[in-house]
Design a protein around this ligand. Structure first.
Ligand code: FCB
Length: 451
């Protein structure tokens, strides 16, 4: 049994501990101070797109509450904060003139973090592409790749001297697959060939940005964030094993193979046939540009079945409010597997957490399930570290309840509760646990507790 009391002892003194958010999910101020429309602003208006018919117009009103949110972040005792820049807030159309008011907001955010001793981890693309770029083809158009590189360079020039890290994209699989094949996320397209081309352009724009930022003398560490699961067959039957192999190839290796080995998995290319992406000479070399870190978002395992889909809930396995199975061992399995397959740079767990039905009663939220989720996954991360995985950090998703994409405000992932009527913030028990855990980590660093 894991000794949770001494959990902090599994991690080195320089380990990165953080909380994460993204621009569209928390910022609000959707049409203020020169911000342009994003594809999520547009998508929220499509009938039936969002469970509670909500949008990001106000969200957590973070733009207007920056100072108190910065105090909130610092009060947790984290040494890192992962956030994203809303591209249309700083460049309304995604190209051309820059919006000084938008840039000023991120200036204040970054400076406010540093003043409070928190390292800024910036993501350039957490899905809110300028609608003006979507109007001319979005990620399916190769021109968007070059606009993204210009955007990356502009952000680096303005903020790069004060950032710990710049992530190009958050979860390219989600953008490609959910945004362009199933159509459940913005921009809501449903075409496999388009989705695959989008995936290629995201990877290409990542590689080209790294090259350009390094040529510009960028000091911040550079990487990408992938959503990864440990995929396993439902049974040992050859059909399930074959399905698990293909599912893993399509969702994980489609991204990790090009990034670390410079090629797409052949079995997926064969299955795609004429839907395979257009790849120009030199593209794969750019994609393979070495990274300073790999960001991994882990929520659950994926169980592949050639027959009826695996249903964790029906099987009585523990699930969260999204219906996702709670399976901490999968985090260890995933990280160890990546470590064996590739020469990994340092790995950061850039998102991990769960949605649960929280109740705010007398100013408290007793979210024991979330506390348990975070604690058991931190332990699973420690187990991977002990097996030699170059793990460098962990960030909880999310700092606070926020707009959960097509679920709107119906799912709460925060360790801080947001009352959407008053926009008041309340630390849940999980935040208080995390704060105590981080205090233990710091005390150990300072030699205040014996080994
Ligand atoms: C991830 C997203 C993040 C959040 C969590 C629950 O896929 O990166 O924005 O919605 O899921």
């Amino acid at each position: 049994m894991t000794d949770y009391k001494n959990l902090h002892r599994h991690f080195p003194a320089d380990f990165v501990w953080g909380v994460a958010t993204s621009s569209f999910q928390i910022e609000g101020a959707a049409f203020e101070d020169g911000k342009g429309e994003s594809i999520w602003d547009r998508f929220c208006r499509a009938p039936g797109a969002i469970a509670d018919m909500s949008n990001g117009d106000v969200a957590c009103d973070h733009v207007h509450r920056l100072e108190s949110d910065l105090d909130l972040i610092a009060s947790l005792g984290v040494n890192a904060y992962r956030f994203s820049v809303s591209w249309p807030r700083v460049q309304a159309r995604g190209f051309g003139s820059w919006n000084e008011k938008g840039l000023g907001f991120y200036d204040r955010l970054v400076d406010g973090l540093l003043t409070r001793g928190v390292q800024p981890y910036l993501t350039l693309n957490h899905w809110d592409l300028p609608q003006a770029l979507q109007d001319v083809g979005g990620w399916a158009a190769r021109d968007t790749v070059h606009h993204f590189v210009d955007y990356a360079r502009g952000i680096q020039k303005r903020l790069g001297d004060r950032l710990a890290a710049i992530t190009t994209h958050n979860e390219p699989w989600v953008i490609a697959e959910l945004g362009h094949e199933t159509g459940t996320f913005a921009p809501g397209l449903k075409n496999r060939k388009t989705a695959i081309q989008v995936a290629h352009h995201l990877l290409l724009s990542h590689g080209l940005s790294l090259e350009a930022l390094r040529a510009d003398g960028c000091q911040a560490k550079l990487g990408i964030v992938l959503n990864l699961s440990s995929t396993m067959p439902a049974t040992e039957s050859s059909a399930d094993v074959a399905k698990a192999h293909m599912d893993d190839a399509k969702t994980r290796r489609w991204y990790t193979d090009p990034l670390f080995s410079g090629n797409y998995p052949q079995e997926v290319l064969s299955e795609l046939g004429s839907d395979a992406p257009i790849i120009e000479a030199g593209d794969m070399g750019h994609i393979q540009t070495p990274m300073d870190y790999l960001g991994v978002n882990y929520y659950t395992r994926y169980v592949s079945s050639a027959g009826e889909p695996f249903d964790a809930k029906a099987l009585g396995l523990p699930v969260n409010d999204m219906g996702w199975e709670i399976y901490p061992q999968g985090l260890t399995d995933l990280l160890v597997r990546l470590h064996h397959e590739y020469e990994l740079p340092p790995v950061l767990i850039t998102e991990n957490g769960g949605a649960f039905k929280d109740l705010l009663v007398d100013g408290k939220v007793h979210d024991a399930e979330r506390t348990d989720y975070i604690r058991t996954h931190i332990a699973a991360a420690g187990a991977a570290l002990a097996q030699g995985v170059p793990l460098a950090g962990y960030m909880a998703w999310s700092l606070m309840d926020n707009f959960e994409w097509s679920s709107g405000y119906t799912k709460r992932f925060g360790i801080v509760h947001v009352d959407y009527a008053t926009l008041g913030r309340t630390l849940k028990d999980s935040a208080i646990w995390y704060r105590c855990f981080l205090a233990d980590c710091r005390a150990a660093q300072l030699g205040m507790v014996g080994d």
